[in-house]
Design a protein around this ligand. Structure first.
Ligand code: FMN
Length: 185
């Protein structure tokens, strides 16, 4: 079973995190971290609490618990996704502050050369945001913005969410049927 870390932070778009979680949970070992603001957004946008994620194969870590397994480079993981990624968390990861478990686990992913995907949701971007994203890309992370495409004729918000989550799953090398492969006319 693959092992992934999912971090939910305080950007709009927690539906992306829920969908990614729902697809991965039956087939992977998941380590979930929710920032304080991420928890508020979960409640505001989906009416959920962290209790929703208490399922088989899942460990929910406190963001303050800096000595959790996933804070160590000796704990192998197949990838980490920060989804949605607030500009605050993104900036702190770019600065290497490691003061919360989310920041530390991301720092570990970078230093161990493991996969780290950030799914930012902000518009417009300031020059500081853009510089932080460039810093992260240069350090080996992938910036995968929550930018759904429209060429598959989405019929619902769920289709738009699936488009973004499908791109994350592609990067994680997890097979899925969320979207159809692109077929040119
Ligand atoms: C309702 C609401 C929506 C927000 N949406 C975003 C957003 O889309 N992107 C973002 O970068 N920050 C957003 N923020 C701001 C972050 O929540 C804030 O910067 C917070 O400190 C991030 O904390 P965290 O990175 O520890 O989760 C939003 C805040 C609120 C209250």
């Amino acid at each position: 079973m693959k092992r992934f870390v999912i971090a939910i932070t305080g950007a709009s778009g927690v539906c992306y995190a829920k969908r990614l979680f729902d697809v991965l949970q039956p087939q992977a070992e998941l380590h979930l971290i929710i920032s304080e603001r991420g928890g508020e957004l979960l409640n505001l946008e989906l009416g959920l609490t962290s209790k929703y994620f208490a399922k088989e194969n899942v460990t929910v870590h406190k963001n303050s618990k800096i000595n959790a397994s996933i804070a160590s480079g000796s704990f192998p993981v197949d990838g980490m996704v920060v989804i949605p990624a607030s500009m605050g968390t993104l900036g702190r990861i770019a600065a290497g502050t490691s003061e919360s478990l989310i920041e530390r686990a991301a720092d570990v992913a970078l230093k161990e050369r493991n996969q780290l995907i950030l799914v930012p949701r902000e518009t417009p971007f300031s020059q500081i945001h853009l510089k932080n994203m460039l810093t992260l890309d240069r350090a080996g992370a992938m910036i995968l913005p929550a930018n759904p495409g429209f060429y598959q004729n989405p019929k619902s918000v769920d289709d738009l969410v699936d488009f973004v989550v499908a791109r994350v799953l592609d990067q994680l090398n997890v097979a899925h049927h969320l979207t159809q492969p692109y077929k040119p006319e």
